[in-house]
Design a protein around this ligand. Structure first.
Ligand SMILES: [Zn+2]
Length: 267
């Protein structure tokens, strides 16, 4: 099998508790779980095509865009990374209609176990993909609000008590600090009681979602691969976690190389 096309971040779904991955390459979707333990080659053909405007770009900005789109799209603005800084109400949103559709919809504040306990936010209709993308082995939605800004304010307040980052090396090695998410939730909610009441947040049920990843063997040492330095990456697929392919020669973050023109060959 051989396929050539621009790649995008893997599509993820949950089948029971098992994460399933499909790699978009051109117009095809490759079932990556089916390639487990097979030797694959991913060859970068030297072209990066902006996934918004289709222009050829020398560098991929904000995971798949040309410089101009990265400067003009609301989804590439800093407020997406820091939702508490949403500035839609000031009339300065880069794309007001996109903002209304994506940021003024139900959002969830959650706890997840990626490398340890972390707090995060996501659009409600982006679960459980958000957690699979992060390589979380468990997630617990704790509060629901009606805008991204409100979820950002609560997350910002919770960050002083709990981590909001994932140590991706630990996540990939499966060195996860265990914790009881329901117990952590019980400790944290009182700390943001006033804020969440003022923001009309709904407290969600204690339903912990567990996620298993298709991994035959976790790496003991992380070798990070990069198409810019190594145009052809070839190895046996030993696992997939987060947006990373775990090959016997190293790991590659597929999301980071969105819009790269790649030839995938099954050896
Ligand atoms: Zn563009």
């Amino acid at each position: 099998m051989q396929k050539t096309g621009n790649i995008q971040k893997m599509h993820v779904t949950l089948d029971g508790e098992n994460a399933r991955y499909q790699l978009p390459i051109g117009n095809d979707l490759i079932d990556m779980n089916a390639l487990m333990e097979r030797t694959i080659s991913l060859k970068f053909n030297g072209k990066i095509i902006c996934s918004n405007c289709g222009a050829l770009t020398r560098k991929s900005y904000a995971q798949g865009f040309c410089y101009s789109c990265c400067q003009n799209l609301a989804r590439c603005d800093l407020c997406i990374m820091r939702p508490e800084t949403c500035h839609h109400h000031l009339g300065t949103c880069r794309e007001s209609a996109w903002g209304l559709e994506n940021c003024f919809t139900p959002h969830i504040v959650y706890l997840a176990l990626s490398s340890g306990v972390k707090v995060g936010i996501t659009r409600k209709n982006n679960t459980p993909s958000r957690w699979i993308d992060q390589g979380a082995i468990a997630a617990l939605p704790i509060l629901e609000v009606d805008t991204r800004l409100k979820s950002g304010k609560i997350e910002h307040a919770l960050k002083t008590h709990v981590n909001d980052k994932t140590n991706w090396r630990k996540m990939l090695k499966n060195e996860v600090e265990q914790a009881n998410l329901v117990a952590v939730k019980k400790q944290l909610l009182p700390k943001v009681f006033e804020l969440s009441t003022n923001l009309d947040a709904t407290t969600l049920n204690d339903e912990v979602l567990k996620i298993n990843y298709p991994v035959v063997e976790y790496p003991s040492k992380i070798v990070s691969l990069n198409f810019d330095k190594t145009p052809e990456i070839k190895g046996a697929l030993q696992g997939i976690k987060g947006q990373y392919l775990l090959l016997d020669c190293g790991v590659i973050n597929i999301r980071k190389f969105s819009s790269y023109n790649i030839t995938l060959t099954l050896k």
